[in-house]
Ligand binder design. Structure first.
Ligand code: PRP
Ligand code: URA
Length: 207
């Protein structure tokens, strides 16, 4: 599996803000937004462009746009905080949604919502979820996408645990990973260590 870790100095700085337990919900959301921009830049590297003629104030020249923009699929809840940033770089992107909650005891994902186009054949997909922990939620999400014909999926994650990276690679699904860090490990509650805590609660508060 293709794995890219974005180690840009600005990504490291935003990640530090997100990790810091003193960061409040608003500052956490702002750092997530900035970091998502950097992750999406990396995720779209190598995408093909289509050219079209434009006029500058001085001359005629060639313009570029993405030939095949990705569809964005945030995993609710925590992925919601990545949508606005991804859309600002990809204003033409369609957005689908998957709702998934991890059982606190078993750590297994329970899907509760799915709003996706009927076919994803020929369409790149960016799954937006800040956390790749056991990998269960991401593997399940990518399975939903491949069931609709997707064969070019990028998991865009703020943090990953080695266990989650392994699970995604071992799934054999057509997916690559762009992440801000691969952390040390999971703890007994399947939280990423050192991690940043619960990405949903840190954006929206514990409910
Ligand atoms: C978090 C996170 C991922 C999942 C990762 O969501 O946003 O979706 O856990 O864990 P996994 O790799 O072990 O499956 P959570 O289930 O806590 O729901 P939330 O986004 O609503 O807080
Ligand atoms: N989900 C989170 O929000 N944080 C973790 O560390 C693991 C799963």
């Amino acid at each position: 599996m293709d794995v890219r870790v974005v180690e840009h100095p600005l990504a490291l700085a935003r990640l530090t803000t997100m990790r810091d337990a003193r960061t409040d919900n608003a500052a956490f959301r702002a750092a997530l937004r900035d970091l998502t921009l950097l992750l999406v830049v990396e995720a779209t590297r190598g995408f093909g462009t289509a050219t079209f003629p434009i006029h500058t104030p001085v001359a005629r020249t060639e313009g570029h746009r993405l030939a095949n923009p990705p569809i964005l699929v945030p995993v609710l809840r925590a992925g919601l905080g990545m949508v606005d940033a991804a859309q600002s770089l990809l204003p033409e992107a369609q957005v689908g949604f998957v709702g998934m909650a991890r059982d606190e005891e078993t750590h297994l994902p329970t899907p509760y919502m799915e709003s996706l186009p009927p076919t994803l054949v020929g369409r790149p997909v960016f799954v937006l979820d800040p956390m790749l922990a056991t990998g269960g939620s991401m593997v399940h999400t990518v399975e939903l996408l491949t069931a609709r014909g997707a064969d070019d999926v990028t998991a865009v994650c703020v943090l990953a645990a080695p266990e989650g990276v392994r699970a995604l690679a071992d799934s054999g699904l057509p997916v690559r990973l762009v992440t801000g860090s691969i952390d040390e490990r999971l703890n007994d509650s399947a939280y990423i260590v050192p991690g940043l805590g619960d990405a949903g609660d840190r954006q929206f508060g514990a409910v």
